[in-house]
Design a binder for this molecule. Structure first.
Ligand code: SAH
Length: 207
């Protein structure tokens, strides 16, 4: 899978260079490209924002650099293009699994008050929120989406790890986990996990 992320703050994406996602990137299973759409602005001062028509607080990201950037990286509109937005439907595990089937995703990160609606109308296929709260930018939401989706791209983590996970079916929450030592500060591991009876273990884990 290839993910192209449009952001004014590419330096925020260091977490995608760590741990499981880094390994997947190094193995070529997932490719992540960061694009600073400031590089596409035609403004002589390299501005990418302006005050909102109609007045009001804050700054709005202008359509031109965003639209030009998206068109330059996906001229034939082959990618599924997503805008991270707190006003959109919230990401679910079901949607995560569906998104993992795309060969290519583009994620647009807003900032300040948001993005000129015409950039969204012209270029975006879907708007996604990561929860009912407002962050300063779409960078953390984009990383949340990439991380959750990457786990479902074949080769990123073991397929069997995904089967009985929390949210793999609606309202399902996985059983608690234990590892050595069997007694930690007087708290012991449930005996059934130590007895080696796999039928009983399965029954215990199903709750
Ligand atoms: N004025 C906007 C909020 C802007 S927050 C409003 O009231 O709806 C700035 C940017 O951060 C947004 O454009 C979006 O890209 C991102 N963002 C903030 N919270 C988010 C969330 N919960 N999910 C996804 N993106 C979010």
């Amino acid at each position: 899978m290839q993910v192209d992320i449009l952001t004014l703050f590419p330096q925020m994406f260091a977490p995608l260079d760590t741990s499981i996602i880094k390994r997947a990137r190094d193995a070529g299973v997932i490719k992540i490209n960061l694009h600073n759409f400031r590089d596409h602005t035609t403004d002589k001062h390299r501005r990418t924002d302006d005050s909102p028509f109609g007045g009001g607080a804050g700054l709005v990201l202008t359509a031109q650099p965003i639209v030009d950037c998206i068109e330059s990286i996906d001229p034939d509109h082959k990618a599924h293009r997503i805008f991270m937005s707190p006003a959109a439907p919230t990401l679910t595990q079901k949607r995560v699994c569906e998104l993992a089937k795309h060969d290519r995703l583009i994620l647009l990160c807003g900032h300040y008050e948001g993005v000129d609606q015409r950039a969204i109308d012209l270029c975006i296929d879907e708007c996604i929120s990561i929860g009912e709260y407002v962050l300063t930018g779409g960078e953390l939401p984009a990383m949340v989406l990439v991380d959750a989706v990457a786990r479902h791209v074949p080769g990123v983590i073991k397929a069997e790890s995904l089967v009985t996970e929390s949210h793999s079916t609606p309202n399902y929450h996985e059983h608690p986990h234990y590892t050595r030592p069997s007694n930690f500060r007087g708290k012991t591991v449930p005996q059934v996990l130590l007895d080696g009876n796999h039928k009983e273990i399965e029954k215990f884990r199903k709750g």
